[in-house]
Design a protein around this ligand. Structure first.
Ligand code: GLA
Ligand code: ZN
Length: 673
């Protein structure tokens, strides 16, 4: 939708479910939407049961009315294919559509996102419905995007999936010998004689431990994760193909969920015309958590603007304690999404439902049904601002000199491994590095191992346990060419199949880093070693790699235990560049100092110096440069501006070095002069 030529401003609206309401309410909705400056609605996300009441009957009468209503009211539409929850008749008649859980339990009808991705029934009818919807509504000029299904996710271990898994493996590995090699099946007598010997790695097979995180056979479980992600992606692709056949120019998306571990979004992105995602920060999450997720979503399509498809206007229903979004926070977080590359602000839900689990989830229109609520007033105020801002920064991009590598398959692999520590957490390791840049308002691109690295001054790949075929080559070329590379403990251990690269850790990265890691010591929670950096003692936790120098120099060494004096932080001059190895996990201040030092050396500048609570980002398009300042704190803050410009929201003009005083939760968007 953000692609669509029809879009001239930040689209503002969200999930609208009039099918849950009597028709006399609809007119009132339209009145209230107008008041709140709403201009887009996502329709028909969960209406399969209404649209196809039986196998042979389709009934679009209600959707026709809804589509006519929103058109009359000049609302743009993001039209969903309605395939995220199957109808009851389908479950009754075709049980193959029901998923089987990891513990072997066959699901009954209920819940949502409940269809087996390899069910022939699901594939047939979901694709058929998508095609019918596209045929019927293709000439509605107010449609700005197709929205396929909704938040794909979950997994299935049924017979259909098992069959399809065998086919997928055969395509991937061709021979049973190759399968046995990549899964290392000589271990525990797992030799497969035929692809039909393969069973799904559920609880009955490769028994997980540590809260279901781990498996006995990483190779099998890793491939199953790949397979499930692929299977769901295939469902998306099949619907998309029909939509494109009927409306080749209409953008197609599905709403993602940020760092959702089960789906390899870096692969999904290749099939999406634009990225859209749903932002529901965990209670207590810091401003950097959402920032990194937005940057990841932007990175999925190499920096292209994305769409904030959902956020709650106020409260969510599914946290353990559903605290209210404090006054100003919805606005602040909406602008935070924009500041990191979003070109829309959208909510779930437009009107708060009265029954089932989302009745305690905010809506733009709350249960009282009027405009006299705090939520509605805040939504309206933001709506006015977005009207005012217009198209200024649409499509604008962020230029970053720092890249952080994130790889979904590495995430699966490192956390499937039995050992060496249950504290190993890929997302939090990456976050640790990201935070150091974010605190200084240094722009970061979150990149995949497939992306080009050469344009970056600094590439950071924390916990790169799985160094995939060819990625070491990319890093080697990058560093030789003058790039600076940073990686951390437990990296370079395995190749693509989770087979250890023998001949010394960190495997394929060994020559680039100029080190040999001989052993890895897991540090239990609450315990730790230490090292010194910049005349300060730093903690060493989670893991301490015991390494030898092979050309690198030690910047610091461990201070305790039998490996006292062994390197904890190293630097290798390689070609024209440098490669750092952080052999352990340290404290926040260490990363601030260490990465801050590297940035100084490389003259990587912050977007704008600001107090810690104030986030600053920069987007740029043909209209100019836009500096976003967001005060996340509880107090007023002052920013001494390094460049002048005009605030798109207040109209106020600033010249450098004017001081901009920001009230708590306030936002300034400076179009730089
Ligand atoms: C998700 C879904 C919505 C709704 C919200 C509630 O994002 O896509 O349908 O359930 O969560 O937070
Ligand atoms: Zn299945």
């Amino acid at each position: 939708m953000i692609e669509s030529k029809k879009v001239k401003k930040v689209l503002y609206g969200g999930d609208y479910n009039p099918e849950q309401w009597p028709e006399d309410i609809w007119q009132e909705d339209m009145r209230l939407f107008k008041l709140a400056h709403i201009d887009v609605v996502t329709i028909s996300v969960f209406s399969w049961a209404k649209l196809q009441p039986s196998e042979d009957t389709y009934d679009f009468s209600q959707l026709d009315k809804i589509m006519a209503l929103v058109k009359e009211n000049n609302l743009s539409v993001c039209l969903a294919t309605a395939t995220a929850a199957h109808p009851a008749w389908m479950a009754r008649k075709y049980p193959d559509i029901l998923r089987v859980e990891h513990n072997g339990m066959k699901r009954a009808f209920g819940s949502r996102h409940n269809s087996c991705p390899n069910s022939p029934t699901y594939r047939k009818y979901s694709v058929a419905l998508a095609a019918k919807i596209a045929e019927r509504y293709k000439d509605y000029e107010n449609i700005v995007s197709w929205h396929v299904s909704n938040e794909y996710g979950g997994e299935c271990y049924c017979e259909n999936c098992q069959k399809a898994f065998r086919v997928w493996l055969k395509n991937r590995y061709k021979t049973i010998d190759e399968l046995n090699r990549v899964w290392n099946t000589a271990f525990w007598s797992h030799t497969m004689y035929d692809f039909d010997d393969v069973v799904v790695p559920d609880l009955r097979s490769e028994e997980f431990h540590w809260e279901r995180m781990r498996t006995n056979f990483q190779g099998i479980s890793l491939d199953y994760k790949r397979f499930i992600s692929y299977s769901l992606q295939e469902c998306y692709r099949l619907e998309k193909a029909e939509l494109k056949r009927i409306t080749p120019d209409m953008p197609v998306t599905t709403n993602l969920m940020g760092f959702y571990k089960p789906l390899d979004y870096q692969s999904w992105a290749e099939d999406m015309d634009f990225i859209s995602w749903d932002n529901y920060p965990a209670v207590g999450a810091g401003k950097e958590d959402a920032a990194m997720t937005h940057d990841m979503m932007r990175g999925l399509k190499q920096g292209k603007a994305f769409c904030l498809m959902e956020q709650t206007p106020g409260v969510s229903n599914w946290h353990i304690y559903c605290s209210l979004k404090r006054p100003g926070v919805m606005r602040l977080w909406s602008y935070q999404a924009i500041a990191h590359g979003s070109d829309t602000v959208m909510f779930f839900q437009m009107r708060r439902s009265i029954g089932a689990c989302e009745k305690f989830h905010s809506g733009v229109i709350e249960h009282v049904g009027t405009e006299n609520t705090r939520i509605f007033r805040e939504v309206t105020a933001l709506g006015k601002e977005l009207d005012l801002i217009g198209s200024a920064f649409l499509g604008a991009r962020t230029k970053a000199e720092v890249a952080i590598v994130f790889d979904w398959e590495n995430w699966w692999a490192v956390e499937l491994s039995a050992g060496p520590s249950k504290l190993i957490n890929y997302h939090s390791e990456v976050m640790t590095y990201y935070r150091a840049f974010a605190k200084q308002n240094i722009s970061v691109d979150m990149v995949s191992v497939k992306d080009d690295l050469l344009s970056y001054k600094l590439v950071v790949a924390p916990l790169l346990y799985m160094c995939k075929d060819g990625f070491d080559e990319k890093i080697r070329a990058y560093v030789k060419n003058g790039g600076v590379f940073v990686t951390s403990y437990f990296s370079g251990i395995v190749e693509d199949h989770d087979l250890v690269v023998t001949g010394g850790y960190p495997g394929r990265l060994r020559d680039i880093l100029g080190i040999w890691v001989e052993e890895c010591d897991a540090i239990p929670e609450g315990m730790g070693n230490s090292f010194s950096y910049g005349n300060k003692k730093r903690s060493a936790t989670i893991m301490c790699d015991l390494l030898h120098l092979e050309g690198a120099k030690a910047l610091s060494t461990y201070e305790e235990d039998f490996y006292v004096g062994m390197p904890a932080l190293t630097l290798n001059e390689f070609g024209n560049g440098k490669a750092y190895y952080v052999a352990t996990r340290s404290d926040e201040e260490f990363y601030d100092d260490f990465l801050g030092g590297i940035c100084n050396e490389l003259m990587i500048q912050s977007v704008q110096k600001a107090p810690l609570n104030v986030e600053a980002t920069l987007r740029e398009n043909e209209n100019g440069q836009f500096l976003f300042l967001l005060n996340h704190g509880e107090d007023a803050e002052t920013v001494v501006l390094e460049r002048g410009g005009t605030d798109l929201i207040s109209g106020k003009k600033y010249e450098a070095p004017d001081s901009a005083v920001m009230e708590k939760k306030d936002v300034i968007i400076l179009k730089l002069s």
